[in-house]
Design a protein around this ligand. Structure first.
Ligand code: PLP
Length: 393
């Protein structure tokens, strides 16, 4: 039985074209890109070509793209890097004896929330976690209200990994600029679907991850606008202009470049329309056929591939497990909260009750999802919810 994969927000399979471009760097072009001989220089050329592709996608210069091991590292580099740079330069005095202030939201990914919390605990920064509305939208007015004299950084994700809500990034960017504070955007889930032109968005720092866009795991990138100062997390050989020491993951970086290039292919826009249509069918049919089901997040401002539904009285974890046994891979939220089996911080921030939050299922579609798979998923999901409810009585 062919398995159905509906967990593209967790990770995506590597595109064949991406793998093809990577293969030489896993075989004959194995050189260390810091070496001066031909092997090294050919590996270096592979990295620089990938950097150019990413710079084109972001509408920035290649020098403004720094490769990392993934988005977790890029988010940490952005947040810790900016704050630790301020501290190392003894600029605290500028904050009238206080600490520099960060604004983020309650529904960010853990790789943004955890460094913010760590900086707070260390006494390096104070942080405001802005609450979203019931649909999971962070309002620009709330960001502006939170800005203080000592605010140095605003970090808001482009699109939410669990419920797919799309944030008003251009508006938030304009407010950040008006108040002369840096603006960081985690664009991991958005990159496949939304415009990531850093000039249009008005961002100073932007995070990307390769494995969410049909590239390999182990590569990510941080856009650092020219002139933005940050301290590296890793010290050593000074690779990536000193922002990220360590021998580069050449094959994965090359793969990430190819994956980004593919997003810009006009074919991708057509595929995204198909994904949106399949998503709409899934949402419509599930809500129509399953009593006590409700959609989380926004109907309009939603990623084209995200379906997040709560099923009254059902344990999301159990539903996901049974669906997996029936050949359908879905998740209950983000891969991280799935491990801890705790209610999602995103759903709680939306004001959803604890019990309701535990009854959710996230189905995320991708470019290989077919109409047949969607129809089969609807059939099996409807029957499984009915079965689980019957077991309860
Ligand atoms: N940010 C968001 C919005 C994500 O969805 C994820 C992964 O799920 C990450 C960051 C972390 O990405 P990576 O796996 O590349 O570290």
């Amino acid at each position: 039985m062919k398995k159905i994969y509906l967990d593209y927000a967790s990770t995506s399979p590597v595109d064949k074209k991406v793998l093809q471009e990577m293969m030489p760097y896993l075989k004959k072009e194995f050189g260390n890109p810091s070496s001066l001989h031909g092997f090294g220089q050919r590996a270096r050329a592979g990295i620089e070509k990938a950097r150019e592709k990413i710079a084109k996608f972001l509408n920035c210069t290649p020098l403004e793209v720094v490769f990392t091991s993934g988005a977790t590292e890029a988010n940490n580099l952005a947040i810790q890097g900016v704050l630790r740079n301020l501290v190392s330069q003894c600029l605290e005095t500028k904050f009238l004896g206080g600490r520099p202030h960060i604004i983020t939201s309650q529904i960010e990914h853990e790789s943004v929330l955890s460094p913010c919390q760590a900086l707070e605990q260390e006494g390096v920064a104070e942080v405001t976690y802005v609450k979203p509305d019931k649909e999971g939208i962070v309002h620009v007015e709330d960001i502006e209200k939170a800005i203080k004299d000592n605010t140095v950084l605003v970090s808001i994700m482009y699109a939410n990994s669990e419920i797919g809500t799309i944030q008003p990034i251009v508006e938030i960017g304009a407010v950040a600029k008006k108040h002369k504070t840096l603006f960081h955007v985690d664009a991991v889930q958005a990159a496949q679907f939304l415009d990531c032109d850093v000039k249009k968005l008005g961002v100073d720092l932007l995070t990307l991850s390769s494995h969410k866009i049909y590239g390999p795991k182990g590569a990510g990138a941080l856009y650092i606008k020219e002139g933005v100062m940050l301290n590296p997390l890793l010290l050593g050989g000074g690779q990536e202009q000193g922002f990220r020491s360590g021998t580069e993951n050449v094959a994965s970086i090359v793969g990430m470049g190819r994956a980004i290039e593919e997003i810009q292919n006009p074919r991708t826009a057509l595929l995204n329309i198909k994904i949106r249509q399949l998503r709409d069918k899934l949402i419509k049919e599930i809500l129509r056929r399953v009593e006590g089901s409700s959609l989380s997040g926004s109907k309009q401002k939603r990623l084209p591939n995200n379906v997040h539904i709560r099923f009254q009285g059902i344990a999301g974890q159990e539903l996901a497990t049974v669906l997996d046994q029936k050949g359908i891979a879905v998740s209950t939220g983000s891969a991280c909260s799935e491990k801890t089996q705790e209610p999602s911080h995103v759903l709680l921030a939306l004001g959803i009750s604890l019990e309701d939050a535990m009854s959710s299922l996230r189905l995320t579609l991708g470019k290989y999802t077919t109409l047949e798979e969607v129809e089969k998923t609807i059939r099996i999901l409807v029957a499984t919810v009915a079965q689980l409810r019957k077991n309860l009585v």
